[in-house]
Design a protein around this ligand. Structure first.
Ligand code: GLV
Ligand code: MN
Ligand code: MN
Length: 429
């Protein structure tokens, strides 16, 4: 029996730490209530990282950071040469977000490691907690930046050249921003070899309504849906809002409006054709140039996020959108160009880790729900270097990426307990 019977999660401390972490935010509490905004490498992100390292130091976990700021906290095993078991998630938060996305996996993972240490048992394998850099695409336009580099799926030169889209697009790049944040060194050194970890499990809130709706307290992820991102640039003709006559207009924003509706239409059509709701598409940003009320928009950039469990179907939606773009461009006298940001494959969970999680739930008397993750996670890329799985806990009304995101501490603590017990078993293999 590898499970320490006495293993207990300190839910009170975990809740306090989640609250404390939520205070590292640049959101204005007066204007934005409980919103959390924690952009990668911002002052709040760096302070939150420093705070996490002090928590790790109290436990005497070894800490190391790579050239992009991925941070590894390690509790050494009895056989240090064996590949470790690892968990973790992210602490960066999109603008106006809640306090549980990612943080539950970092602080819940930390508490799981502490609980294992408190149990007095030692394990063959080391146990690690990873804090990933920039799971959210807010600053560099691409999600899972740190884990893409760990998995070697992102060319390091293009990664360093990624523009800082929040600050000064003309000068700021990942290369300059990470060095300013204290993360120097070559990005080539970030990559992990396949087999680096024996097993990987990420704890996360579900970010959807299914667990709550079905009364399940634990979700076991069997597959992570495949995301893709595009930038669509529409260039027309600018001019004076009073003097440029309607028949002469080539308004980039009006063309963009048609493109946005086309994306929505084909995602809905894919749902109807497949009889599932697995295709989702979003235009989340719309940059209008020059952005003055009395100026006809000459240039618009859209950021498009499209996901599916089936990448071929995702591509069919984009093909139909491209067809519409050609027609819109001709009819409106604008040019429309598309830039691919990322088109990723889905990731299956390891049957072995899923089985371990199911056994642990059975021992705890819990009926877990096996499910697909429609959100992406760093686990999508960790699957390129290790066998993975994820543990989901319910969140109220399925709400996420909003300030009113909420997960009950009892559910979070249960998720951390399942994680700890699974890591104990895997670290004993
Ligand atoms: C992660 O934040 C996602 O957008 O799925
Ligand atoms: Mn998120
Ligand atoms: Mn997340």
């Amino acid at each position: 029996m590898t499970i320490p019977e006495q293993l207990q999660i300190d839910a009170v401390r975990l809740e306090e730490e989640l609250k404390e972490l939520s205070l590292f935010t640049s959101a204005d509490p007066a204007a934005e209530g409980t919103a959390v905004t924690r952009i990668v490498f911002s002052k709040d992100d760096l302070l939150a990282r420093a705070w996490l390292k002090t928590l790790a130091a109290r436990e005497r976990f070894q800490v190391c950071e790579d050239a992009v700021g991925n941070t590894f906290l390690r509790w050494e095993g009895l056989e240090p040469e064996l590949p470790a078991v690892a968990t973790g998630s992210h602490m960066d938060a999109i603008p106006h977000a809640g306090m549980y996305d990612g943080t539950v996996g970092v602080l819940g993972g930390l508490e799981a490691m502490r609980a294992l240490k408190r149990s007095g048992k030692r394990f063959r394998r080391g146990i690690e907690l990873l804090l990933f850099t920039s799971e959210e695409p807010t600053r560099f336009g691409i999600g899972c930046l740190g884990s893409r580099l760990l998995a070697g799926t992102l060319d390091t030169e293009s990664a360093d050249a990624l523009r800082d889209i929040l600050e000064d697009e003309s000068t700021g790049t990942l290369a300059s921003v990470r060095v300013a944040a204290g993360f120097t060194g070559e990005l080539e050194t970030v990559r992990l070899q396949h087999g680096h970890y024996h097993a990987w499990i990420e704890l996360h809130i579900e970010q959807g309504p299914l667990l709550e709706r079905e009364g399940a307290r634990i979700g076991i992820v069997t597959n992570i849906a495949a995301p893709a991102g595009y930038r669509i640039l529409i260039e027309g003709l600018g001019g004076h809002a009073g003097a440029l006559l309607m028949p002469d207009r080539r308004d980039a924003l009006c063309a963009a409006a048609e493109v946005i509706l086309s994306i929505e239409r084909y995602a809905l059509a894919a749902n109807t054709a497949s009889g599932s709701t697995d295709t989702v598409a979003t235009v989340g940003t719309c940059g209008v140039f020059p952005g003055a009320v009395n100026s006809v928009p000459s240039r618009v950039q859209l950021q498009v996020d499209i996901r599916d469990t089936n990448p071929a179907r995702r591509e069919m939606v984009m093909q139909a959108v491209r067809h519409d773009c050609t027609e819109i461009a001709t009819r409106r006298g604008v040019t429309i160009t598309e830039e691919l940001v990322n088109a990723d494959e889905p990731a299956p969970s390891s049957a072995h880790i899923v089985q371990v999680l199911e056994e642990i739930c059975a021992e705890l008397g819990i009926a877990p729900k096996k499910m697909v993750s429609r959100a992406y996670h760093d686990s999508l890329f960790m699957a390129r270097v290790a066998p993975i799985a994820m543990v989901f806990v319910p969140c109220r009304n399925g709400v996420s990426h909003r300030p009113d995101e909420y997960a009950a501490i009892d559910d979070i603590a249960l998720g951390a307990r399942v994680l700890a017990l699974a890591m104990a078993r895997l670290a004993s293999e």
